[in-house]
Design a protein around this ligand. Structure first.
Ligand code: NDP
Length: 313
């Protein structure tokens, strides 16, 4: 099926970046189409309380906040579809966006497909994510005041998260699956010199004991050298094993950096293709916050509007 309409802008992704772009594009009368993807609302829908988004002094649940974003976008004429974009063709204008066999045309495309935190694949993960397991220390560290927490991973993310979490936790223990660290020497040394941080090497998490009601009470560790299992008492588990940008559909189409993030021109959302913009975590492997993603979504809508003024078909 081909939708013959040439849309002004199609937004791919529906986290804080995409839906903020939709609010701004809607108010600019661009009648944005939003394809929400496989995880409507984005990463915030797998968190619970969000306490650091301005305007919510009492906090707000992540999924609820994203519903509010969506309602606000729809109020200004955005049309949101629970559809996953499978392919794009940016070789000629109007640009083509595919949802399976369905084809859509647009003068501009805003990409806000985000990044996904890597998961360990534990069977308790789905139930306890947001209830003791977290993928974001900045977001959730505050909820673990005076608790024992573990950080999984041996790269810079894990080191950074562990250092940050010592502001709240009683004790932070890094659990790494080998004894070779990818982390830079400076960050590893900082962790080793911090008396609030212990490091356990050659250990992986076998299972997590806990419930949504009471949170986590302990984890079971597996020692990769001895093969022995042991119980480790802790109340929080932070994953610091990296993120993967959701850019599979854009590989060899748009310029990406070595880690797969979309490259944008400095201080803008412009990609290497005129009329194609990127915002949020798909082009930011540094800040990764809802508020920064929302800010860049606003930039993308303004950039798209300006582009359309100058280049309308
Ligand atoms: P990395 O890929 O560098 O490290 C991931 C770590 O997680 C590795 O130690 C890896 O172990 C471990 N890991 C991956 N999968 C699993 C798994 N299934 N089970 C257990 N452990 C696992 O990712 P980072 O996010 O740490 O860093 C990404 C990039 O961002 C790097 O270039 C880094 O330097 C940069 N960065 C810089 C920061 C800074 O300078 N402030 C802060 C954060 C990131 P293994 O080594 O065994 O594969």
């Amino acid at each position: 099926m081909t939708d013959k309409t040439i849309h002004k802008t199609i937004i791919i992704g529906s986290g804080p970046a995409g839906l903020t772009a939709a609010i701004y594009a809607g108010r600019a009368n661009l009648k944005p189409i939003v394809f929400e993807g496989n995880q409507p609302g984005g990463q915030l829908t797998i968190t619970t309380d969000v306490e650091n988004f301005p305007g919510f002094p009492d906090g707000v649940m992540g999924p609820e906040m994203m519903d509010l974003f969506r309602d606000q976008a729809k109020k200004f004429g955005a049309e949101c579809f629970f559809k996953h974009v499978t392919k794009v063709d940016f070789s000629a204008k109007p640009y083509k966006v595919f949802v399976g066999e369905e084809e859509y045309l647009s003068e501009t495309v805003i990409i806000s497909t985000g990044a996904s935190a890597r998961m360990l694949g534990l069977k308790e993960e789905e139930e306890l994510m947001g209830y003791g397991i977290s993928t974001c220390a900045t977001c959730d560290g505050y909820f673990f005041k005076d608790k024992n927490i573990v950080v999984v991973g041996g790269g810079d993310s894990a080191m950074e998260e562990a250092s940050f979490l010592t502001k709240f936790a009683k004790k932070v223990t890094i659990i790494h699956r080998s004894d070779v660290f990818r982390a830079s020497k400076i960050m590893l040394d900082r962790v080793k010199n911090n008396p609030s941080i212990d490091i356990l090497t050659n250990k992986s998490i076998d299972s997590v004991n806990g419930t949504q009601k009471d949170g986590i009470s302990s984890i079971v560790l597996n020692d990769s050298v001895s093969g022995e299992k042991s119980t480790f008492v802790c109340e929080g588990v932070f994953y610091g094993i990296g993120h993967t940008p959701n850019t599979a559909q854009f590989k060899n189409i748009i310029d990406l950096d070595d880690n797969g993030y979309i490259l944008t021109k400095p201080d803008s959302s412009l990609t290497n293709i005129p009329g194609i913009f990127a915002c949020g975590d798909v082009q930011d492997d540094h800040y990764r916050q809802a508020i920064t993603a929302a800010g860049s979504g606003c930039m993308a809508a303004i950039d798209a509007e300006k582009y359309l003024e100058d280049n309308s078909i």
